[in-house]
Unconditional design. Structure first.
Ligand code: RB5
Length: 146
């Protein structure tokens, strides 16, 4: 599984922690920034990573900003992206099992790096359940296609 990761200036510490986690898990990833000494615009990073996932170049994407909200809103504008804003372990598991989310967004002004690491670990290692959820995702896809 290939993962694309990025943050704005508000999410640098969690991004660093998640890179350590992915190293430990032996996952392949690419870091798309930011190289922030200064404040940057989260949509630039969200759309960049979302397009990499939507094109199939990467299997999953992870985004971090101050709240995770801006990143998730922007990523979900890209066709084929199901970006889940998650700040708890239950949702991390549920969004993989039920929504087959292909992107994860978190906010560093909301949670610390320790919880973010546990959330990412669950999200990266939980499979989609399929079944009745396929039909529901199909309805989202059908809407997106029109
Ligand atoms: C940046 O100040 C902040 O707005 C951003 O990191 C994020 O929280 C947006 O949703």
């Amino acid at each position: 599984m290939k993962i694309a990761i990025a943050s704005d200036h508000g999410g640098v510490n969690i991004r660093k922690e998640l890179k350590r986690l992915m190293d430990e898990l032996g996952l392949e990833y690419e870091d798309f920034g930011c190289e922030c000494g200064t404040s940057v615009d989260y949509p630039d990073y969200a759309i960049l990573v979302a397009e990499k996932v939507a094109s199939g170049e990467f299997d999953r994407g992870i985004l971090v900003c101050g709240t995770g909200i801006g990143m998730s809103i922007a990523a979900n504008k890209v066709k084929g992206i199901r970006c889940a804003l998650v700040h708890d372990l239950f949702s991390a598991k549920a969004t993989r099992e039920h929504n087959d989310s292909n992107m994860l967004a978190m906010g560093e002004r909301v949670i610390g790096p320790g919880l973010a690491r546990e959330i990412a670990k669950v999200w990266l290692t939980t499979d989609f359940e399929g079944g009745r959820h396929e039909n529901r995702l199909g309805k989202i896809k059908a809407y997106e296609e029109n």
